[in-house]
Design a protein around this ligand. Structure first.
Ligand SMILES: Nc1ncnc2c1ncn2[C@@H]1O[C@H](COP(=O)(O)OP(=O)(O)OP(=O)(O)O)[C@@H](O)[C@H]1O
Length: 391
């Protein structure tokens, strides 16, 4: 297999040439020989700049036929039709199969949002003793693809295709974020509010993630840029939204975000001294984008959680610090930045922010708005829900 990158556009999916027939592949490269696993392919048509369906048809179908000559015809292929397609597929098909012990593989053509949808649907109902964590292969067709780039950083970028024949999987480290009762998920470009999923045991509004839980500038720019108009610009949309937030049109300074922030280390919660912030972000991954190294100490799938925090700053200072993150994560050495391994993070508004747009929390790209006196508490989670391909 040859992956030919687009020399004009590094963000464009590559062309793939399959140069061998199935019978000429060594047995180790033919996954049907090693194992028969029920395989489901999800093509998230709304992810990234909308190229998942074309990439699947033109590049990946021929490859799957070659790699899985006898089982390929049994693969189930689903194209998403709405923002709830992945959640529905998981609740209706994947979860019941996994929960009765069927070994399944899900090949996911999407960004981080597809993974969080699968993850949250898999934990929305109690697991039986037979629950078998599905294997997930990430094909990075989203915008940022933080999880994919954090797992595969430094390796040749095959757009996940080498993982199709891999037998190397690792449990996905995850976190659990619980919210105050009035927290609402923003949907449909923030035109609608939705109830959050509830923990099946406690009934508390809960989201699970594998990438990031943030408040402040990061959550605002992810939220502001999640519109059809911004999405056309691919990964540039985050920088465009950052500039708008950091250099307000009326010439004022960027907003100083106000809340009580505490970190969990071991069993102890410690409040941070500062009451005003610009950036508060807990990351389970090293990279939020291919070249944006938010937590250079994080290793692939190591289960660590790191806090990156800095206080109010003017637009130029914030851009300087963020620019260092694009230089291999040098921001963590800057004296303005607080960077530490943590086990959890708590943010309590206590009525300090009047306007709801400053009370937005980002969990792996989803945006949750809290009440005036709302709170969020996130911690590392030990549950094994799914395994992710790592080569
Ligand atoms: N056909 C569709 N119509 C409407 N929404 C869709 C459709 N297909 C997918 N979606 C939604 O679009 C969003 C895409 O999220 P995803 O994370 O996969 O891509 P992204 O946001 O571009 O990438 P990243 O999170 O890596 O930056 C998801 O919320 C998904 O449910």
């Amino acid at each position: 297999m040859y992956v030919e990158h687009d020399s004009a556009d590094a963000a464009a999916p590559p062309r793939v040439r399959v140069s061998r027939t199935a019978s000429s592949l060594p047995p180790s490269a033919r996954s049907d020989v090693a194992e028969e696993r029920e395989t489901h392919v999800i093509v998230s048509t709304g992810s990234g700049t909308g190229q998942a369906a074309t990439f699947f048809d033109e590049a990946v179908r021929p490859l799957l036929r070659t790699l899985f000559p006898s089982s390929y015809h049994g693969f189930s292929v689903y194209h998403t039709e709405s923002a709830s397609s992945i959640i529905n597929l998981t609740s209706d098909i994947f979860f019941p199969r996994a929960n009765k012990g069927t070994a399944i593989r899900i090949v996911l053509f999407s960004g981080d949002g597809g993974v969080i949808d699968v993850l949250n649907s898999l934990v929305s109902k109690p697991h039986t003793a037979d629950y078998t964590p599905p294997q997930v292969v990430l094909i990075p067709l989203g915008t940022a693809n933080a999880l994919y780039h954090s797992i595969n950083g430094g390796k040749e970028n095959t757009w996940g295709l080498n993982s199709l024949a891999s037998s190397s999987y690792h449990p996905l480290p995850i976190f659990t974020a619980t919210f105050s009762p009035g927290a609402r998920l923003l949907a449909d470009e923030a035109r609608r509010e939705e109830e959050l999923p509830k923990d099946p045991k406690t009934g508390t509004p809960t989201l699970h993630g594998a990438v990031v839980c943030s408040w402040g500038m990061h959550a605002s720019l992810v939220g502001d840029s999640d519109t059809a108009e911004y999405r056309k610009f691919g990964v540039e949309r985050f920088k465009m939204a950052a500039k708008e937030a950091l250099f307000p049109a009326d010439g004022s300074l960027p907003h100083p975000y106000k809340a009580k922030v505490s970190i969990l280390q071991g069993e102890t919660w410690k409040p941070l001294e500062q009451e005003e912030h610009m950036y508060v972000l807990a990351s389970m991954v090293s990279n939020l984008e291919k070249t944006f190294t938010i937590s250079p100490a994080s290793k692939p799938l190591d289960g660590s959680l790191h806090l990156v925090q800095f206080g109010p700053a003017d637009g130029n200072e914030a851009m300087r610090i963020m620019g260092l993150a694009y230089q291999g994560g040098k921001h963590v050495e800057d004296e303005a930045v607080f960077y530490e391994a943590i086990d959890g993070l708590r943010i309590q508004f206590e009525g300090k922010e009047e306007d709801g747009r400053w009370r937005r929390i980002c969990v792996d790209g989803k945006i949750v708005r809290l009440e005036n006196d709302g709170w969020v508490e996130m911690r590392k989670e030990s549950m094994r829900v799914l395994d992710v391909a790592c080569s």
